[in-house]
Design a protein around this ligand. Structure first.
Ligand code: F1X
Length: 378
């Protein structure tokens, strides 16, 4: 099972219009709603691939009820924490050329008890020994920048690897707390790095600097037996049409990029990337809980190769995958699957997540030690 935590979820409404004219009324040509929020999207993508996903979310107002209902229909198990204020309704406007304009509500403000209950909801779910805890998205009012860092700490104490996809000070503090995987996009990475990132080399340097901010853990894990063999800490940077770069401590950087596609909506593509990556990592990692039986390894097992199978094996194979990449094949497969899932999401409308049929046939090229001088902006 993979546990996702989305403290600021939404109901995503997507409206198609022929063209956006600022300051005018627009007649929509299409409309859809999807469950939204980054961790919610990760859970939905996993569920579409028959992997067990549990989503911890606050639930407030009419939107909260809609979100919980939509998520349950999609096969995701919801751990809902009731809150007084309504969750967000976020709006995306798409144009026929794939241009995506997004309007996100600020979201609710949580009170002290609600904060504690949300954290309690995550820590209680951690006792189910998930393969990963995935913390995603912005923080609603009332949660400070150190909130994700506390969740990272809770995961580490139980021996559960933690992935974090957020921005700004919350991202930096999660990195310092020792999150096992960080998933910024290039813009978010530049923001925490304090400098523009123009080339792939800049991205790799900034990702390594982020990894190096981790402080040593303050104490040994509380669990007598760590639940997993800790994965090597890594930063997975999404680069839009330039694919994604994986920077792992002590290893060469790897980039994967898909063949260009005609975009319909880029919303949620980064979430699909993260889901595909974790799905594939989970398929071969071993946890104490899985040894005891009954967890999601089986759900995830055996699919990744098919999804990732269309990658350009020659490109990957012509590089040195062994040695420095002792954990290489799974890590590379995970990166390839992530890029394939993210690319498939771009081809879909609104915040729709890709299932196996959407991912199938996506060709992905892998470059170990990529050209660091390559510009990442078109
Ligand atoms: O405000 P946040 O939490 O950063 O982003 C929220 C959001 O834009 O991200 C998802 C796409 O990644 C959408 O489903 C959702 O509306």
């Amino acid at each position: 099972m993979i546990l996702t935590f989305t403290p600021n979820p939404s109901v995503d409404r997507t409206i198609g219009v022929p063209h956006v004219h600022r300051g005018r009324v627009h007649q929509g040509t299409s409309s859809r709603i999807d469950p939204g929020g980054k961790g919610v999207n990760v859970a939905r993508a996993l569920s579409l691939h028959d992997a067990k996903a549990v989503a911890v979310i606050p639930i407030g107002g009419a939107e909260g009820r809609v979100l919980a209902g939509l998520l349950e229909e999609s096969g995701v198990e919801v751990v809902g924490v009731p809150i007084a204020q309504p969750i967000r309704g976020n709006v995306t406007v798409t144009e026929p050329d794939g241009t995506t304009t997004k309007f996100n509500e600020p979201g609710p403000v949580l009170g002290g008890d609600e904060r504690a209950e949300l954290l309690g909801g995550v820590t209680a779910a951690l006792s189910r020994s998930p393969r990963w805890l995935v913390c995603c998205g912005s923080l609603p009012g009332g949660l400070d920048d150190g909130f994700y860092a506390r969740v990272v700490d809770a995961g580490r104490r139980r021996g559960v690897p933690v992935a974090v996809d957020t921005s700004g000070a919350a991202l930096l503090r999660a990195a310092r707390a020792g999150a096992d995987l960080l998933k910024p996009n290039a813009h978010e990475l530049a923001e925490v790095h304090g400098r523009a990132l123009t080339t792939l080399g800049d991205v790799v340097d900034a990702a390594r600097a982020l990894l190096e901010t981790a402080e040593p853990p303050s104490g040994a894990p509380a669990t007598a037996q760590p639940a997993s063999v800790a994965p090597p800490r890594a930063v997975l940077v999404s680069l839009g049409s330039h694919g994604a770069v994986l920077v792992t401590a002590g290893r060469p950087a790897v980039r994967a990029v898909a063949e260009p596609v005609v975009p319909r909506s880029t919303v949620g593509a980064g979430d699909a990337l993260l889901a595909g990556y974790l799905y594939t990592r989970s398929a071969s990692s071993t946890t104490a809980a899985d040894d005891a039986g009954g967890h999601a390894a089986d759900d995830a097992g055996g699919h990744a190769a098919d999804d990732a199978g269309s990658h350009d094996a020659d490109d990957a194979g012509s590089h040195d995958v062994g040695g420095d990449h002792a954990d290489g094949p799974n890590e590379l497969d995970a990166l390839v699957a992530g890029v394939a899932w993210g690319t498939a999401a771009v081809r879909l409308p609104g915040s729709r997540m890709p299932g196996p049929d959407d991912v199938a046939g996506t060709r992905v090229r892998v470059e170990i030690d990529p050209d660091l001088d390559r510009h990442i902006h078109e």
